[in-house]
Every structure is written in C-alpha cells, then in structure tokens.
Ligand binder design. Structure first.
Ligand code: NAD
Length: 251
C-alpha cells in the first residue's frame, strides 16, 4: 500500500511560497509529510500564513527571506534551511514575475528584471540545491514554467523567453543530475486563478475559459497535485519533462 505521507523525513524549499501557486505547493508537500522552507521575497505575513497552515495540519515549516536574484541571499537561504532541518531534498522553483509590454515598447530594465528573477533565480537556487542533492544521491527539482514558454504570447516576450529558458534549464540539469538519482522536471501551467489571472475582468476570464477544453480556469491545487507526485519516490524514473497543467488549452 502507498504511504499517506510519502515525503515523511524529506525537506522541501518552495520559492515564492507566499504567493498563490507556491503556497498551494507548500501545503501539498507538507500534507505528504515534508518539512517546508516557505520562501518569500516581499511579504513575510503571507509566508507566515502558509507556515501556520502547515502547522495546523500537523506539519513543520519555517519562513525564509531571500531575493532569488542575489547569490549571497540564495546561499544564506539554503544555510538557514540546513540549520533548521539538516538539508534539502526537494526544490520547487516557483518565484516569478511578469512585466508585460509589446516588443517595441519593452524597456531594457523590464527585459532584464524578468529574465533575472525567473531564469537566473531558478539557476542560482538549482545550483545551490544540486550541491546538496548530489552528495545525498537523492533529489527532486521542480520548476514552474508556463504554457507561454511553449507557445509564446502577445506582450510577453520577456516572460515567454524566461519560461522557455526554464525548460532548457530543466532538460540540461536532468541530464547532468540523473546518474545521482536527482530528477528535474518543469510544469507549464495554463491560466491558474491566482495572481494576475485572478485580477482579470469577468469578460477576459470568459474569453479565456471559452478556449479551454476543460471549460474552466485552473486552481493552484491543480498544479500542486502534480508537483506533489513529481516530488515523490514513485516519480523517480521521470526526469527532463515539461508537463502542462492547463485543462487541455495547449494540445
Ligand atoms: N497564475 C498563473 O496563471 C500562472 C500560469 C503559468 C505560470 N505561472 C507561474 O507560477 C509561478 C507562481 O505564480 P503565481 O501566479 O502564484 O503568482 P504570485 O505573484 O502569487 O507568486 C510569485 C511569487 O514570486 C515571488 N518573487 C517575485 N520576485 C522575487 C524575487 N526577486 N525573489 C524572490 N521571490 C520573488 C513573489 O514574492 C511571489 O511570492 C510564477 O513563476 C508564474 O510565472 C503562473
């Protein structure tokens, strides 16, 4: 029989876990028994709410602050997690931003910032985590890309490039780390009803929903369910993949 808490004894770090999708993933991994580093950049109180949710459900979590674009802050984040829980077994690269605009109006700084947070942030966190995972000969790296990284989008050249870059990063790391039992996969969510999508007008949501074969927007829990599986022992032979969680939008 499969254990109800297959991640008991494992330690997970979820970046941007004070936000919608990250928070749901943190709660999912905690429900499977993992101790959680709830990373935040901006609002500690949101991260503390997620930690409280984990504790109420009988799990263990700490909030950790870092700007994922800053190598010394990233290294400190892993040190803090190590001091509390010993090490890291599961990394979820979820932190991300968008700064949309059509190409000819896109500023250099909007390009640079999105690439720095979304792509360099995942690189810095993955490198720090891989050093630990290679020694343990076990690890899971799960990166939140986007369907926009597969098919592009009007006004999102920077975001799409960063999310496509994450798929290349995922496949390369999967090749480098496979022999040490470290799997690396990406999720490409569609329209998930949090953050930017939540604040869309009803008309926009209706227009988007009409294009989704499943006939509804996604929930953060839809994404968290797959992250929970990929983090488990049972997913140990799956690596280098990008999985869409989009209700069939990109078929
Ligand atoms: N919502 C969607 O429909 C959707 C679809 C596809 C992909 N995604 C991706 O899912 C992830 C989570 O998005 P969300 O919708 O939950 O949005 P969100 O804004 O709630 O979460 C993003 C998180 O990233 C953190 N962050 C931003 N800049 C940071 C920095 N410099 N250092 C550290 N952390 C930083 C934020 O604090 C926040 O917690 C993002 O990578 C996003 O691109 C979202």
């Amino acid at each position: 029989m499969t254990s109800q808490r297959p991640l008991e004894g494992k330690v997970a770090l979820v970046t941007g876990a004070s936000g919608g999708i990250g928070g749901a993933i943190a709660l999912k991994l905690a429900s499977q028994g993992a101790s959680i580093g709830v990373h935040y950049n901006a609002t500690k109180s949101n991260a503390e709410k997620i930690c409280e949710g984990v504790r109420v459900a009988g799990g263990s979590a700490i909030s950790i602050h870092a700007d994922v674009t800053d190598v010394s802050q990233v290294n400190c984040m892993f040190d803090d997690l190590g001091s509390e829980y010993g090490s890291v077994d599961i990394l979820v690269n979820n932190a991300g931003i968008n700064k949309d605009g059509l190409l000819i109006r896109m500023s250099d700084s909007d390009w640079d910032e999105v690439i720095r947070v979304n792509l360099k942030g995942a690189f810095l966190c993955s490198r720090a985590a891989a050093k630990v995972m290679l020694k343990k000969r076990w690890g899971r790296i799960i990166t939140i890309s986007s369907i926009v990284g597969l098919v592009g989008n009007f006004g999102q050249a920077n975001y799409a490039a960063s999310k496509a870059g994450l798929i290349g990063l995922t496949k390369s790391l999967a090749r480098e780390l496979a022999s040490r039992n470290v799997t690396v996969n990406a999720l490409t969510p569609g329209f998930i009803e949090v953050g930017m999508v939540k604040s869309m007008t009803k008309e926009m949501k209706d227009m988007v929903t009409a294009r989704i074969p499943m006939g509804r927007l996604g929930s953060p829990e839809d994404v968290a369910a797959l992250a929970g599986f990929l983090a488990s022992e049972e997913a140990g032979y799956i690596t280098g993949q990008a999985f869409s969680v989009d209700g069939g939008l990109v078929l």
